[in-house]
Design a protein around this ligand. Structure first.
Ligand code: 5BU
Length: 274
């Protein structure tokens, strides 16, 4: 058996000092303080439902992930309410925008338009496919605001082309950019192979479920333990497994707590492997 990835042996709290980006530091601080590596993806289509889910799961999560372009009645008032809840309930906002264009266009998509993502989202993500200009374009907008970026190194969906040398080059692109704005990856496991001393990346994995193994559109699920203990990811991202649970308000809250406990147990067990 190969030895565990060095980052996976460090407590989240000890990794804070390895980051200069304020959002990265805040994520790790919250994870440690609230004992949670759970992110809930709030993929509902109205602001009312979205705020309801956030209020139910807020205490159990380190991050709330949004897709602002699926919300029919999105306004900046909604975004402000989300920011208020993120302070009250202590979580980071992650707009899963998956930017994928040239630097100039993504900087406009990030700062402007109907959604003004950079004004309310602490963290966002981008496909590396256009090359490093996408990082430069987004960082011009986000870095002065203390925001952070994840690169999409892998995806959870069946048949994804983000594998092998694409994933390796994504890691290299992040290293070349430095860790003041790019703080990690969306990936299915540790893509930061052979990290140097002091190098630390936050890995977040979607495609997590305790019950279902997938959906009819190519999504594939693994359990929190497979993601955190076996694959060494830092944050589990759960959508339908939590907000889609039947049974009303309390069921959603309880299910978030169940995933939080599963994710945290897997993290504690991975630390104990030393
Ligand atoms: P689900 O309901 O748990 O399947 O939702 C997963 C969420 O994570 C959803 O918002 C996706 O857009 C997002 N996601 C994903 O599922 N897989 C990926 O590789 C990436 C994002 Br990147």
């Amino acid at each position: 058996m190969s030895s565990p990835h060095p980052t996976t042996l460090k407590p989240y709290a000890e990794r804070i000092e390895l980051h200069t980006n304020p959002t990265a530091r805040r994520i790790l601080e919250i994870m440690d303080r609230k004992k949670t590596n759970l992110a809930v993806s709030v993929d509902v289509t109205t602001t009312k439902e979205a705020l309801e889910v956030v209020r139910r799961v807020g205490e159990s999560v380190c991050l709330v992930k949004t897709h602002c372009d699926i919300i029919e009645d999105f306004t900046l008032d909604f975004a402000n309410e989300l920011v208020k809840l993120s302070k009250e309930l202590d979580f980071v906002i992650f707009e899963d925008r998956k930017f994928a264009d040239i630097g100039n266009t993504v900087s406009l998509q990030y700062s402007s338009g109907h959604h003004r993502i950079s004004s309310w989202s602490d963290l966002t993500n981008a496909h590396p496919v256009p090359g490093p200009g996408i990082i430069t374009g987004l960082s011009q907008v986000g870095k002065p605001l203390g925001r952070a970026l994840l690169l999409l190194a892998e995806m959870s969906s069946k048949g994804s082309l983000a594998t092998g040398s694409y994933t390796e080059q994504t890691y290299k692109m992040a290293k070349d950019a430095g860790r003041d704005f790019v703080i990690g990856f969306i990936a299915q496991g540790r893509v930061d192979t052979n990290p140097e001393k002091g190098e630390d990346w936050i890995i977040m994995s979607p495609g997590v479920g305790l019950v279902s193994k997938g959906d009819k559109l190519g999504q594939q699920y693994r359990t929190p333990r497979e993601v955190v203990y076996d694959a060494g990811a830092d944050v589990i991202i759960v959508g339908r497994g939590i907000y889609g649970i039947q049974g009303g308000e309390k069921a959603v809250k309880d299910e978030a707590e169940r995933y939080r406990q599963e994710g945290w147990k897997a993290y504690e067990e991975r630390l104990a492997r030393k």
